[in-house]
Design a protein. Structure first.
Length: 473
């Protein structure tokens, strides 16, 4: 089998080290670098750094590159649009890419009802605009969000984000009228219960929340990631969202789905909420919408989206025509190449490897995910479930040195997540998984002798609705 990873220098190489010194002198420390390398080019699921080292990419620009690095048709669409005009500002003169992409988003998002879409620059900006629209339509101010959620870094989005370090530390005061409740995290159930004997209390708790914390008549929307992204790829059982949505409907509360990381085929569906049959009132998408060009969409029921008056929504660069052209080309790739089906196949291979590691390595506490959106959570002890953040740091270091780009996640920083481009080949996937598995076993061995392989089958959570969703609990 051809090796796709090529390591020519120590990692980081001399040119990357040189650029890191320049970066430290010119750029503040706040924008963190997960890997110590500087990239020169990318193609598909392969990255090449400035020293000529080649890596397999399991990070995908944090979920931005579902269609791969520099897909040819997207590059061509960008070039063709750039030759016509780079910018007009949609609020001054309309342009066709913006309108055609809005039509496309209205078509591919869940819900058999009239929809409308507008565009902004980033996921955080999309979330803030979704909240604006919800508040304007309902004439209410409250927003319910979740523990372990991540919605961005701007003031309102940061207020909606849960994790304090590093996202919120000394950046307050935060936006008001934000109400936070526990998420459905079966592995670390806030109620200390186990599925399915829990009666899905994590969802029915919303009624108690309205009795103890906030009057539902003051709540505009419930904002949720169908599967937590930065929070650790945590996903609820099949019954969870139908219960939540029914409660919201009862009180006239809108449902906003933040699909910034989960959208565009990552989970085996075009959008993750389809796994639960959710038809959100508003859906926010970004990241893989435009194959790396900056863009985000806000799509919702037409009557809701039309509530704000003309001029109330927008921004100078929102829906840039080059980005819209890239998005149209990227979505065409997803649909024509059926990358959703490929995401399912990728996920099956990753799941099998991760569940195998659960049997081999006592530090693997939980594996979970949907489609190619998979996670493995590390703990110091399976009984106490104490997070093993330092172990994850060592695993990532070994991977980077051996030519695999991986990133972590989770409130405790103890989760490794997979966001490889869906364009990855079978050979590249297997080679990357070999590196990751070797790094995990080596890092674990350094902490204690490797445990004898378990002969007891790993307890596996339900795979609801045949969606390919699975997890070890």
């Amino acid at each position: 089998m051809k090796k796709h990873i090529v390591i020519k220098t120590a990692i980081p190489g001399p040119r990357s080290q040189e650029l890191m010194k320049a970066r430290q002198a010119a750029i503040p420390r706040g924008p963190y670098n997960m890997t110590p390398i500087a990239i020169a080019r990318g193609e598909g699921a392969i990255l090449e750094d400035v020293d000529g080292n080649r890596y397999i990419d399991f990070a995908g620009g944090i979920g931005v590159l579902n269609t791969g690095h520099a897909p040819r048709s997207v590059v061509q669409a960008v070039q063709q649009q750039a030759e016509k005009f780079l910018h007009s500002c949609f609020h001054v003169t309309m342009n066709e890419p913006y309108i055609r992409l809005a039509e496309t988003m209205n078509r591919i998002t869940p819900g058999a009802f009239a929809k409308k879409t507008f565009f902004v620059n980033s996921g955080a900006e999309g979330v803030e605009n979704a909240v604006k629209v919800a508040r304007n339509y309902t004439k209410r101010g409250g927003i319910i969000c979740y523990e372990d959620a991540f919605h961005g870094r701007t003031l309102l989005a940061m207020s909606l984000t849960s994790k304090v370090q590093p996202y919120k530390d000394h950046f307050g005061p935060y936006a008001p009228e934000i109400h936070r409740m526990p998420y459905s995290y079966c592995y670390r159930c806030p109620w200390g219960k186990k599925y399915p004997g829990c009666n899905i209390e994590c969802a029915t708790f919303l009624e108690d929340f309205f009795k103890r914390y906030v009057d539902p008549s003051t709540v505009a929307a419930l904002l949720v990631e169908p599967i937590l992204g930065e929070g650790g790829f945590v996903m609820p059982p099949q019954e969870y969202y139908p219960i939540l949505v029914n409660i919201c409907r009862k009180y006239g509360i809108l449902v906003i789905a933040d699909e910034v990381q989960t959208g565009f085929g990552r989970t085996g569906k075009m959008f993750a909420c389809e796994h639960w049959g959710i038809e959100p009132d508003i859906l926010v998408a970004s990241k893989s919408i435009a194959a790396g060009m900056p863009l985000a969409s806000v799509t919702g029921r037409a009557e809701i989206m039309d509530a704000p008056i003309p001029g109330a929504l927008g921004g100078t660069f929102g829906g840039n025509p080059v980005s819209c052209a890239a998005a149209l080309a990227s979505i065409e790739i997803l649909e024509k190449q059926n990358l959703m089906e490929k995401a399912v196949k990728i996920g099956e291979k990753v799941r099998d490897r991760f569940e195998g590691l659960w049997k081999k390595c006592a530090f693997v506490g939980n594996v979970r995910g949907a489609g190619a959106m998979r996670a493995i959570e590390f703990v110091k002890d399976r009984g106490t479930k104490e997070p093993a953040k330092e172990l994850v740091g060592r695993i990532m270091q070994i991977c980077h040195e051996r030519g695999l780009v991986v990133i972590n996640a989770g409130t405790y920083g103890n989760v490794i997540r997979t966001l490889m481009p869906l364009a990855i080949t079978e050979e590249q996937l297997e080679e990357g998984l070999d590196v990751l598995e070797g790094a995990i076993l080596e890092a674990a061995q350094a902490l204690q002798p490797a445990p004898v392989e378990s002969k007891v089958p790993a307890p596996v959570a339900p795979r609801p609705g045949g969606t390919g969703i699975a997890g070890v609990v």
